[in-house]
Design a protein around this ligand. Structure first.
Ligand SMILES: CC(C)(COP(=O)(O)OP(=O)(O)OC[C@H]1O[C@@H](n2cnc3c(N)ncnc32)[C@H](O)[C@@H]1OP(=O)(O)O)[C@@H](O)C(=O)NCCC(=O)NCCS
Length: 180
């Protein structure tokens, strides 16, 4: 795969041998990016713990064997977000819903890595028979770049909620299945 600055990158699923490198990658994110990527702690134990959950699938984007992007998805929806998400009339379903949390290394922002990661992940999600992708804990309303990214890859806003400031819930739906 080729980024906008003509670099070759590879995208693959996380395996056990990656946990320590993922922790290092997360600690190297800028303070701002760290505030925005929060599905789990950054220490090795937290990385191991989240990936011990069989509903979690991690993805890495790598350039010359170095991690430049890390994204996790969870099969199903997050229980602690369920009431809020149902309030938009979603009718949540563990069988068809997926939850999505992306991150890209700061030096690589805006070069298409997030878009390439999403393309791979969406392919796997659709192949597994799932049809909706929900943001993990929403997106901070102040995070313009991420909101533009989500809209560019086909997400739409569901509504706003307050948690340490304003946030949007957003969703991607497979149009082919929503019409049936
Ligand atoms: C949000 C994030 C994952 C996007 O990944 P990325 O690799 O930078 O995004 P891409 O380069 O693939 O951009 C795809 C589209 O998003 C938009 N976009 C991305 N970053 C943007 C920015 N800072 N400002 C404006 N638009 C932006 C562009 O419209 C772009 O579309 P285009 O190529 O047609 O112009 C990444 O910036 C990131 O990790 N940010 C910090 C952590 C974070 O905020 N995570 C999300 C928490 S909810």
């Amino acid at each position: 795969m080729i980024t906008k600055n003509n670099k070759h990158i590879a995208i693959r699923k996380v395996t056990e041998g990656d946990y320590s490198d993922i922790s290092t990658y997360l600690y190297h994110l800028s303070e701002l990016s760290q505030k925005r990527f929060g599905p789990h702690g950054y220490d090795l134990e937290s990385v191991q713990e989240i990936h011990s959950n069989s509903n979690i699938i991690g993805y890495l984007a790598e350039h010359e064997n170095e991690i430049i992007g890390y994204t996790i998805i969870q099969n199903g929806y997050l229980l602690h977000d369920a009431d809020r998400l149902n309030s938009y009339g979603l009718n949540l379903e563990h069988q068809t819903d997926t939850t999505f949390a992306p991150s890209v290394a700061d030096e690589w922002h805006g070069l298409g890595v997030g878009q390439l990661l999403f393309r791979e992940i969406r392919k796997d999600i659709l192949e597994s028979g799932r049809s909706r992708i929900i943001l993990w804990g929403g997106v901070q309303a102040s995070n313009d770049g991420a909101i533009q990214y989500y809209e560019r890859i086909g997400f739409r806003k569901l509504g706003m909620f307050n948690y340490h400031g304003e946030n949007y819930d957003m969703i991607w739906e497979n149009r082919q299945t929503t019409h049936h």
